[in-house]
Design a binder for this molecule. Sequence first.
Ligand SMILES: [Zn+2]
Ligand SMILES: [Zn+2]
Length: 347
Amino acid sequence: MSTRVTAARMQIPYKITFSQVELPAPQPHEILLEVLACGICGHDLEIGSQLAQEARPFGHEVVGIVRQAGALVKHVQPGDQVVLESSSFCGECDLCRNGRVDLCNKAPGIWGGPSMGFAEAMLAPGHSAVRANGIDPLAAVLAEPCGVAVDMVKVAEIGLSDNVLVVGSGAIGLMALAMARRRTTGLVVAANPTTGKLETAKRLGADAVIDLSKIPLAECGKPYGGFHKVLSTAPPSTLPASLDACGYGGVVVFIGFDWGAGGMVSFNTTSMHLGKKQLRASFASPAVYLPEALQMLHRNVVPRREIVSHTFPLSRLVEAFTLLREDRNAVRKVVVIPDAKFTQVAG
Ligand SMILES: [Zn+2]
Ligand SMILES: [Zn+2]
């Protein structure tokens, strides 16, 4: 039996439309998910600004309730609350069998269905679903971006007494900061070009905050003898300055990327060589670590009240995007909730 739902689609430049979509009964490997909430991600802005040549469904930071499960789906059942991996390892290929599941993306993914997270319901491969029963949906909805922050922190190999600089105080930067705070007895410092979110960074345990509109990033390490670790969520153009903020033997881990010319960056290899500095890319694809992320969200180690700054009903998705694009000072994570569930989830 098919299910009729309202679903949003995006086309460049930021053209959002709603339509009624017929979802067929799930295939044996699929689940039908009633969406409780879906976060807006930086990638959704890229879809709206550069990627969606044709109107397409979108929204990948999803929490929902399984309503139907195909016969081959064993680990989740109807009634389970789940979050979705944005991509998954297959568990069968040579990379997976050699223990490098982090390098495999071959499992069926959630992208390209008739609806995605900005809808009342969606189909997803059962493989993508991670159980999140008993967790506040507004916390669980952060699982996927929180997994991105977990990957950064792991790639950085933060030592017990490392001094850490977190560049960028968006949702992922703030979540990485909360984790770094628990990981080191050293100093944790947040740097951001607008001050609004630095207040949040302080509440999450930052020892100091730096307003990058006043102090250049390259100078940030000076009072600390250079940082041991820099976690950067800022655009790639800032990476040379992040390397300057590192001390001898320092490591910069970054997630920022640019689809265009901004991806090209030059930096001083001599000072890197003599300073024994490293630059490491973190890319949480496949989306591993969601159970760890859920545990931290559930236990308030990563407090959702500090990360989710705005909630909107699905019918006001256009407004949610406008806010996200225009108010960089206040917006951390914007979460969108189907209208019929808004009071229940956001209340
Ligand atoms: Zn995301
Ligand atoms: Zn594999």
